[in-house]
Design a protein around this ligand. Sequence first.
Ligand code: UD1
Length: 335
Amino acid sequence: MKRILVTGGLGFIGSHTVVELQNEGFEVVIIDNLSNTTLNVLDSITEITGKKPDFYNIDLRVKTDVQSFFETNTIDGIIHFAAFKAVGESMHKPLDYYENNLGTLVYLLQEMRDRKLDNFIFSSSCTVYGQADELPVTENAPVKKAASVYGNTKQIGEEIIQDACNAHNLNSIALRYFNPIGAHESIKIGELPLGVPQNLIPFVTQTAAGLRDQLSVFGDDYDTKDGTAIRDYIHVVDLAKAHIAALKRLLEKRNKENFEFFNVGTGVGSSVLEVIKAFEKATQKKLNYKIVGRREGDITAAYADTAIANRELNWKTEKKLEEALASAWKWQQKQ
Ligand code: UD1
């Protein structure tokens, strides 16, 4: 049985990926510092799969703790989620973001180099493309100068990994996520935003639940079908499964380059108004929303060309937007 380290394994995408790993027969060890989640998620994962993953409350910024972990743990692969992810906050706390998102990445790669470990999956983001010139966006689209510190940590992270792979005989895959939403069908795990949600779907579900008065739709003057911005919303379970596919590609040595990157999206672009309509249809709830001005830093449209990921990872999404929104709503109601 292969033993996989999942950093940030109690977070939103991490917890769903741990469940899929366990379902596929992998043994999982989680490192998480609980900075944006709680230990209850460990129990919820255990309830879903019937297997309790090993868990270490380690802050990856503490290099000596990272070293001691690897001294006592045998690992066949790493899926690295642990990172800060708030775009706005990253502009006010750039050094915290660079330290947490890049310093810890370097420590992990150093351990891999020193202990001759291999198979590293990195959480990247479609934000590396900025506003792509052509849609849907393919992996061949150029990486554009990042609009946020958060985005820059993903770009630099990919470069660090590429350099480490070249120099130290490592193999890695970066997955460039589009917009992950939804919750596990058991409704035992889901997204737990702290404070006022910045992302669309948590704001939608909290508004429907009466926790927020009104949803602001940021801009209706974009050059799109209805004027609102377009994104590619992917069910988090489909996204989790892409990690298993990427991990197997590395474990079975089917990768074509030592560092590869793939788009992980559905290929379908939905406008903000379409998301609202789909939510209302899936949940029979009316949403109170208002069109306001654009949000600084937002792009007009991003959705994935998934052909390369579908072919190379032998993976494709299975769930539709309505199902993802319905699960997000059930999860909200449970909170
Ligand atoms: C953002 C980040 C992205 C990050 C992702 C997940 C930017 C430019 N991108 O994506 O790097 O990986 O979050 O954390 O910040 N919207 C509203 N009202 C709201 C909230 C959002 O209309 O209250 C709109 C936004 O303008 C956007 C769409 O909904 O058009 C999706 O927004 P959001 O969920 O925040 O994701 P992104 O901005 O696409």
